[in-house]
Design a binder for this molecule. Structure first.
Ligand code: CTP
Length: 406
């Protein structure tokens, strides 16, 4: 299931047609259907005859599919082969077998899915799943390249790993989130196309000895949601990530760092090539003055421990100082005091920002590590927008909505 912080409202009411072919990976398509239904999207499904060897129409109906097609030849709907036709929404074929890819690449239309795909006007996402030898076969590869040349067809490339038959290699259906968000991306507005977005996310770790560090509970969820939203809206996104196991789609570039100084170096090097910066990382303001080469032994002290700290660079402030006239910079302000909006305004001015996202860190089920956030957006022009508590995904969407008004 898609984690709560990535619950988006914008796809509600939109429709996706899922074509399922005969592969052992069909069980993964069922999870995708569940997530689309959970997102309140309208789901319809077509099953090839081979797919019905693995699952029945009742299975997908039971999961919430509104319409289920298994044949082109039914008196109930003589035009089943043309569904969803000119509806400009998305058609996902997952799992797509080597056979289906060959048919699509050659314009064959002798089963319900290949026929519907040929008659479809919108984006077709093809997620292959097959044995690695079948995937690497030059004929399959040639068919995939042929599909690639069509602007309305996108391939969601298979993963590498163990496959059901016991072989290992490339051919496993792509990871669930990767497919789910490619579908959401295909129906999202592309109002951030042409933007190059730099995002920092997660905590930093400031090591004192090889096994001990200074850090904070940041999960990177807010930054990941910002990255996904910008990517879905057409931006080219790069994330500089502090240590966290947060998932990001493969089309988002990820630079992993550990300490604040590494994050600073990465951001300073990149910033001039970006049009938008959004620094959501919870950077440690201080680091232990010394980093010991060997593990500190407790026997060396019997009077407690005093560690001296040095100040880390303020990455946001330094990017603000180097901000060009066409660049936009967004920061966060994590505050625990009542006058948090005033404190955020001070940070906005001091760091030369266009927008600041103020969050009061002691609100229950909001902020650090939570799936939701309750924030106030403050713009350079002095506009104050209070957002009610919502998923981090929706907060990030609204931040980008707001930025075009700055
Ligand atoms: N930030 C940064 N580099 C730092 C500290 C903070 O880039 N060394 C960025 C954060 O990513 C965030 C913003 O600055 O976007 C504000 O961070 P916050 O912790 O709220 O405030 P600080 O500026 O560190 O000030 P203070 O801790 O005194 O509130």
């Amino acid at each position: 299931m898609i984690p709560g912080y990535l619950n988006y409202s914008h796809p509600r009411g939109q429709s996706v047609h899922v074509g399922i072919c005969g592969s052992i990976a069909v069980y993964k398509a069922l999870d995708l259907i569940r997530d689309f239904v959970h997102t309140e999207m309208r789901v319809s499904v077509s099953l090839t005859e081979s797919a019905t060897q693995f699952i029945t129409p009742l299975t997908v109906k039971g999961l919430g599919a509104e319409l289920v097609y298994t044949t082109m030849f039914s008196l109930k709907d003589v035009y089943a082969h043309l569904y969803p036709g000119i509806d400009p929404q998305v058609f996902l074929i997952a799992p797509a077998t080597a056979n289906m890819i060959a048919k699509l690449a050659n314009g064959l239309a002798d089963d319900i899915i290949s026929c519907q795909a040929l008659a479809f006007n919108g984006t077709i996402l093809v997620a292959p799943a097959m044995n690695p030898r079948m995937w690497h076969n030059p004929i399959t590869q040639e068919n995939v390249s042929r599909l690639h040349r069509h602007s309305n067809i996108e391939i969601i490339y298979p993963d590498t790993g163990d496959v059901a038959c016991g072989d290992s290699g490339t051919g496993r259906l792509a990871f669930h989130n990767e497919i789910y968000f490619r579908v959401l991306k295909s129906i999202a507005p592309k109002d951030m196309k042409g933007e190059r977005v730099l995002i920092t996310l997660g905590p930093t770790r400031e090591f004192w000895d090889p096994v001990r560090f200074w850090s904070n509970p940041s999960s990177g969820k807010m930054g990941a949601a910002l990255a996904l939203s910008a990517w879905m809206r057409g931006a080219d996104v790069t994330c500089v990530c502090g240590p966290s196991d947060i998932w990001l789609p493969c089309e988002i570039k990820k630079i992993n760092v550990i300490s604040a100084r590494e994050m600073y170096q990465a951001c300073i090097d990149l910033w001039k090539d970006f049009s938008l910066g959004c620094l959501s990382a919870a950077v440690c303001d201080f680091r232990p003055k010394e980093k010991m080469a060997h593990k500190f032994k407790k026997q060396t002290t019997n009077k407690g421990l005093v560690i001296e700290f040095s100040q880390n660079p303020d990455i946001l402030q330094l990017l603000g100082q180097r901000k060009g006239k066409d660049q936009i910079l967004i920061g966060f302000a994590a505050e625990s005091q009542e006058d948090f909006i005033e404190l955020a305004k001070v940070k906005l001015d001091k760091k030369n920002l266009d927008l600041i996202v103020a969050n009061k860190i002691n609100v229950p089920h909001s902020g650090f590590n939570s799936d939701q956030n309750e924030v106030v957006l403050v713009s350079r022009k002095g506009e104050v927008i209070r957002l009610q508590k919502m998923s981090k995904a929706d907060v990030s969407w609204k931040i980008w909505d707001q930025i075009f008004k700055v």
